[in-house]
Design a protein around this ligand. Structure first.
Ligand SMILES: [Fe+2]
Length: 402
C-alpha cells in the first residue's frame, strides 16, 4: 500500500482534472487518503465512482476535502451517498406506530417521517441565530450531529466523555457498509490544558462499558482525541499484523448477533474480505459494543465467558496506537469510512457552549447494500422493505439535483 502513487495520481488527474491531488496515508497504519480538487456538486461518472470505491477499499477511510458549503447542499451529499449504498433513515427522523423510533427496540408499526421543524435537530438553529444554521434539508437519512441545541444559557460549558468503540449498525443481519460525515463547523477553540479544545475527562469508571474488562483494555478504550476528531481504529492493518496461524483460526470464527436479548439471532463472520481490494479485516471484533442497548455477542461454540475473553483480547489488539487514527474534520470535508474495515468512536465533547469557536456541526449519512456506478439506484422494493426503514429511497429530485 502507498507504493504506486504515481499511476494513482495520474489516474486521479485524468478523472477529476489537473487540480485534483491527494495526500496520505493519513494514519500510521497505512489507512486514510485525503483528496483535493474533487467537486461533489457535479454528478460523478462511472469511472470516477469506480476510482473512489477502489480508494475506499484500499484505504478504509477517505476524505474528500474542500466542498464549498455555499454551493454544496445536503441533496448533493445524499446523491453522492447513493453510489455507496442505499441511504438509511435515522431513527431520530421518523416515528413507528406513532411513537419515536428507536435504535434499541422493536421496529414494529407504521413508518412516519417527522418534518424537519419537529425534529430535535431543528433546535440547532435556535442556538446561534443569524450566525450558524443547519444546511436546509428534509431527508430522513440525514443525521445532524452537534454539540449545541436550543437557546444558549448562562450555565458553564461542560465536557462529556466519548462513546464506546463500535461500527455502525453491526447488530442487524445486513450491517451498514459505508458511513460518511459532511463537516459544517469544527471547534477551533484551544483553551484547554495542552492547547486542546477539551481536557481529557477525568474518570476511572467503566461507563459506558461494562465492568470486568482488564485495566489495559479500559485505558486503550478511553484514550480519545481532545479536539473533536472522530477516532478510528484500522481493523485491516490489525488483522494483517496477526500471526498467520491466528489469522487462519479467526477466519473460522462466527459471531452470533442478536437484535434483542432472547432472540435466536444469526451468525456473522468475524473476518471479512473486501470484494474490491481483497483486503481482510475484522468486522466489529467487540464483545459488547453497545452496552445496555444491544446484547453482547457470542462466539459460536464458546461460552459467554470465553467469548468475552477472546473478543476483549482482540479489541485490545485493534485499539493499540499503531492502528489508531484521529480524524480532524475541516468544514467542507466529506469523510467516508468502511465499517467492515474500521472501528470508530465519538470524542469527548464540550456542550452547553456559548461561543461559535466551540461549535461542532456535522451531517451523517449511512448506506447499506451494494455500491452502484450510476444513479438512480435500482434496489428491488422487497430488498428495501427488508433492510431500509420505511423502504426509503432517495427521491428523484435529489438524485437529479443540478
Ligand atoms: Fe457510529
Amino acid at each position: 500500500m502507498g507504493q504506486k502513487t504515481e499511476p494513482f495520481d495520474e489516474r486521479l488527474r485524468e478523472l477529476f482534472g489537473a487540480d485534483a491531488r491527494n495526500e496520505g496515508p493519513l494514519a500510521a497504519s497505512g489507512a486514510g487518503r485525503r483528496f483535493f480538487g474533487i467537486d461533489l456538486c457535479r454528478p460523478l461518472n462511472p469511472e470516477q465512482v469506480a476510482f473512489l470505491l477502489d480508494a475506499l477499499s484500499q484505504f478504509r477511510i477517505v476524505s474528500i476535502a474542500g466542498q464549498d458549503l455555499e454551493a454544496f447542499s445536503l441533496a448533493h451529499f445524499e446523491r453522492f451517498a447513493n453510489h455507496w449504498g442505499a441511504p438509511v433513515p435515522h431513527p431520530n427522523n421518523f416515528m413507528r406506530g406513532g411513537k419515536p423510533a428507536q435504535q434499541d427496540g422493536d421496529s414494529d408499526g407504521p413508518f412516519e417521517l417527522i418534518p424537519f421543524e419537529r425534529r430535535t435537530a431543528a433546535g440547532v438553529n435556535a442556538t446561534f441565530p443569524g450566525q450558524l444554521q443547519c444546511l436546509p434539508h428534509e431527508s430522513p437519512a440525514v443525521l445532524v450531529v452537534s454539540n449545541f441545541r436550543g437557546e444558549r444559557s448562562a450555565a458553564p460549558a461542560r465536557v462529556t466523555g466519548g462513546g464506546s468503540w463500535h461500527t455502525d449498525i453491526e447488530y442487524e443481519p445486513l450491517p451498514i457498509y459505508v458511513s460518511m460525515f459532511l463537516a459544517h463547523k469544527s471547534p477551533v477553540a484551544r483553551d484547554a490544558p495542552g492547547g486542546n479544545w477539551v481536557q481529557a475527562p477525568d474518570d476511572d469508571k467503566a461507563h459506558p462499558y461494562y465492568e470486568g474488562s482488564d485495566s489495559e483494555l479500559m485505558r486503550l478504550r478511553k484514550c480519545l482525541p481532545l479536539n473533536g476528531e472522530t477516532a478510528f481504529a484500522d481493523t485491516a492493518a490489525a488483522f494483517a499484523a496477526l500471526p498467520p496461524t491466528e489469522q487462519a483460526a479467526l477466519e473460522q470464527v462466527q459471531l452470533r448477533r442478536r437484535l434483542n436479548e432472547g432472540d435466536q439471532g444469526w451468525l456473522a463472520p468475524l473476518v471479512r474480505t473486501n470484494p474490491r481490494s481483497g483486503i481482510k479485516s475484522l468486522h466489529s471484533p467487540i464483545w459488547a459494543s453497545r452496552p445496555r442497548v444491544r446484547p453482547a455477542v457470542e462466539v459460536e461454540g464458546m461460552s459467554a465467558e470465553a467469548s468475552r475473553a477472546l473478543l476483549d483480547r482482540l479489541e485490545a489488539h485493534v485499539l493499540q496506537p499503531q492502528f489508531r487514527y484521529d480524524h480532524l474534520h475541516a468544514p467542507g470535508d466529506v469523510t467516508l469510512w468502511d465499517n467492515y474495515m474500521t472501528l470508530h468512536n465519538s470524542p469527548p465533547i464540550k456542550s452547553n457552549i456559548n461561543s461559535l469557536d466551540d461549535a461542532r456541526l456535522l451531517y451523517r449519512l449511512s448506506c447499506k447494500g451494494e455500491p452502484v456506478l450510476s444513479l438512480p439506484r435500482r434496489d428491488p422494493p422487497e430488498w428495501l422493505a427488508a433492510h431500509i426503514p420505511g423502504g426509503y429511497g432517495t427521491p428523484p429530485e435529489i438524485i437529479g439535483i443540478a
